[in-house]
Design a protein around this ligand. Structure first.
Ligand SMILES: [Zn+2]
Length: 453
């Protein structure tokens, strides 16, 4: 059985305190040992020493839209959220219909590649048509592309079945009957395609790099009716699916829900049918629907009051808010990012996971950079930030073999290249310093390998 031992300056397992100069032994993609002294039985296995490196569980991006990954810069926010959304929709529809599929596939591949190279191991991707499971790169291919000839011991012992995973979340909306019909059909087709895949990875529940789970994203209250939200969430309650809507993202959305206020009211007019316009529901009714689902990830939830937040806390950790720090900053340029009350919300037991959102609002897709951004939020501990980028998402999704580094779990590590030794008095915050960069562990090992050779 292929086995390797890796010594790193630090291991942050997320299940016990960080260990300095620690060994991680991996065999067939699973962790065999973590600790300070390498046991006698592993003394003869190949060893790697990574002195300027800290190991973390693989990072998880709990909210993104890879279809926009070909954008070179975020779309400017000029003060109106719905105006920004209209620009995003224009970008999506600007593609030439004859090469839409090729362009979409390229953007998704680009987003996956970029995410992997920055140390992200799991992506929850909100998808729209066209989309195909055949577009998702095969296990090992990104690793080979990045490293070239991989020492077989690295791929066999450390990586196992796949070096990253993706959960596709089809978006549904019913702003008018034809969009309702088309998106419902799309979601059904995606679920059938995913269902038809045969499992290759029992521990993750994945087929190749695709996580074989049912998930759906009713887009948002201004494009999806309460009835559609309830239908998705009732189905989730029955079958355990993940429901991942956008909710309370902007004050414009809150104002439109309560009084059909501008500018959303006029912006929707050309697209919605009259029946959609008449179906009024409150933010609380939308939230109650999501809270009925088996698992929920609510993207943004920036503008919920304490009563609604306390409802979310009662479903913790199976319903969480996906916060996207740099996207939040994109839409709040005048106030500092410190205005998102993350510490207070965590203190009140409102679970949070982290996402990047898309390159329409973010300069890149690095979850590590999102975690580093959180360092500027007041009152957060480094450990809270590390958990939101790893363990919290894994627990919510029931990905039991990911989220922390423990014997028997997968050895898919994100490696942090340390610019300086960590400050012993505040290890986690020191780990998150701006100069420290995240990679898949195998890439740093490959560099170490090449240096040794
Ligand atoms: Zn989003």
């Amino acid at each position: 059985m292929p086995t390797i031992a890796i010594r790193s300056a630090w291991i942050f397992s997320l299940s016990s305190p960080p260990i300095a100069n620690a060994w991680l032994v991996a065999k067939d993609g699973l962790i065999e040992f973590i600790g300070r002294e390498l046991p006698e039985r592993f003394q003869t296995v190949p060893r790697w020493e990574l002195p300027n490196t800290a190991l973390l569980p693989g990072l998880i991006n709990a909210h993104c839209h890879l279809e926009f990954s070909d954008m070179t810069a975020p779309i400017e926010f000029t003060g109106s959220f719905i105006t920004w959304i209209q620009s995003v929709v224009r970008h999506r529809s600007s593609a030439n219909p004859t090469d839409l599929e090729a362009q979409r596939q390229k953007a998704i591949e680009q987003g996956i590649r970029e995410s992997y190279l920055q140390g992200t191991r799991v992506l929850l991707d909100t998808i729209t048509a066209p989309w195909s499971p055949s577009w998702i790169p095969a296990p090992g291919s990104l690793m080979k592309e990045a490293i070239g000839d991989i020492p077989p011991i690295v791929s066999d012992a450390l990586i196992g079945d796949a070096e990253w995973y993706l959960l596709p979340i089809p978006e549904v909306l019913d702003i008018n009957p034809s969009r309702g019909e088309a998106t419902r059909k799309f979601a059904q087709e995606v679920h059938e395609q995913i269902d038809a895949l045969s499992l290759t990875d029992d521990a993750i529940g994945a087929s190749g790099c695709l996580i074989k789970r049912v998930a759906v994203s009713p887009h948002s209250p201004y494009t999806a009716s309460l009835e559609l939200f309830r239908a998705c969430c009732d189905a989730s309650h029955e079958c355990g699916a993940l429901v991942a809507p956008h909710l309370a993202e902007s004050q414009e959305e809150i104002a439109w829900l309560s009084s059909r206020a501008e500018p959303i009211e006029s912006a929707l007019a050309p697209f919605r049918d009259s029946a959609f316009g008449l179906r009024k529901a409150s933010i609380e009714e939308y939230l109650d629907a999501v809270l009925h689902s088996a698992k929920g990830i609510i993207a943004h939830a920036n503008y919920l009051d304490d009563i609604l937040l306390s409802k979310i806390s009662q479903r913790s950790p199976l319903v969480a808010i996906a916060h996207c720090p740099r996207t939040y900053r994109h839409f709040h340029p005048d106030s500092s990012s410190q205005n998102y009350p993350m510490a207070e919300r965590l203190r009140n037991h409102v679970s949070h996971v982290l996402g990047t959102d898309s390159r329409a609002s973010n300069p890149d897709l690095s979850i590590w950079r999102e975690m580093q951004t959180l360092l500027r939020y007041p009152g957060l501990t480094g450990n809270q930030i590390l958990e939101m980028g790893t363990r919290s998402s894994a627990e919510l999704l029931g990905l039991d073999s990911l989220g922390s580094l423990e014997v028997g779990k997968r050895s898919l590590c994100t490696a942090i290249l340390l610019a300086e030794p960590l400050a012993e008095h505040d290890l986690s915050r020191s780990l998150l310093a701006d100069e420290n960069r995240a990679f898949p562990l195998e890439i740093l090992m490959s560099r170490a390998w090449q240096q040794i050779v």
